[in-house]
Design a protein around this ligand. Structure first.
Ligand SMILES: [Ca+2]
Ligand SMILES: [Ca+2]
Length: 219
């Protein structure tokens, strides 16, 4: 029987567990009253999300060694978690783009980068105007979101945006009206749906209600 095990699978399993732990940490910080949420407020249905993760953790624990079948099953489990945590994806240019559902948002660009990495990617990097146009259409088709964190930070030098992953300059800039503010703590780059998905700078460590992040994952 052909051996379909790949070295990256162990990494993916580890990444999955990172996501699991992150999600449980999020839940551990929320008020108990939110756990009473039911399907009438699905956006914050943490209990459903946690139950699914725990169920999948139990199934993962049965994989003492990776056989052909369990490797396929594990990939299916990872994709199931992806479906829970993100809105339906965009496939463009050999990449998968994922916008985190609002209950999976984070209050830190560092955590957002970790969560994208857990799924094999990074904060979305707009490399050219075609990619930017595709992402604008994608955001317009995604419900409930307004500000979407993408890759880009000027924490090192105010006014000079660099991709966090590579340190390279952000090549496409299209500011929304009155942006960038260049306020000291506004070091991260966002797309702003209310302004035709033009760009704004805002804080990396504070995310209001309708803000989330977008991952880009090579496929
Ligand atoms: Ca890109
Ligand atoms: Ca700003």
């Amino acid at each position: 029987m052909a051996d379909i095990y790949k070295p990256s699978l162990n990494k993916k399993m580890f990444s999955f567990l990172v996501v699991l732990v992150s999600a449980l940490q999020v839940v551990s910080c929320i008020d108990d009253s939110l756990l009473q949420c039911n399907s009438s407020c699905a956006v914050y249905d943490f209990k459903y999300f946690v139950d699914k993760l725990l169920q999948q953790e139990r199934e993962l624990s049965t994989y003492q060694s990776l056989t052909n079948c369990s490797a396929v099953a594990l990939q299916a489990q990872i994709e199931a978690v992806e479906d829970l945590a993100f809105y339906p994806p965009l496939i463009y240019g050999g990449k998968k783009y994922l916008i985190a559902q609002l209950f999976f948002q984070t209050q830190s660009s560092r955590v957002a980068i970790t969560r994208c990495g857990a799924f094999g990617g990074y904060l979305a990097e707009i490399d050219d105007t075609d990619e930017y146009a595709a992402l604008k259409t994608f955001i317009d088709s995604t419900p409930n979101v307004n500000m979407i964190m993408i890759s880009g930070s000027d924490a090192a030098t105010k006014g000079t945006l660099l991709f966090q992953r590579t340190g390279q300059p952000v090549p496409v800039i299209a500011w929304a009206p009155n942006e960038p503010n260049l306020i000291e703590e506004e070091n991260c780059l966002y797309l702003w749906r209310d302004f035709d998905n033009l760009m704004m700078d805002d804080a990396c460590e504070y995310i209001p209600f309708d803000t989330t992040f977008m991952c880009e994952i090579p496929i």
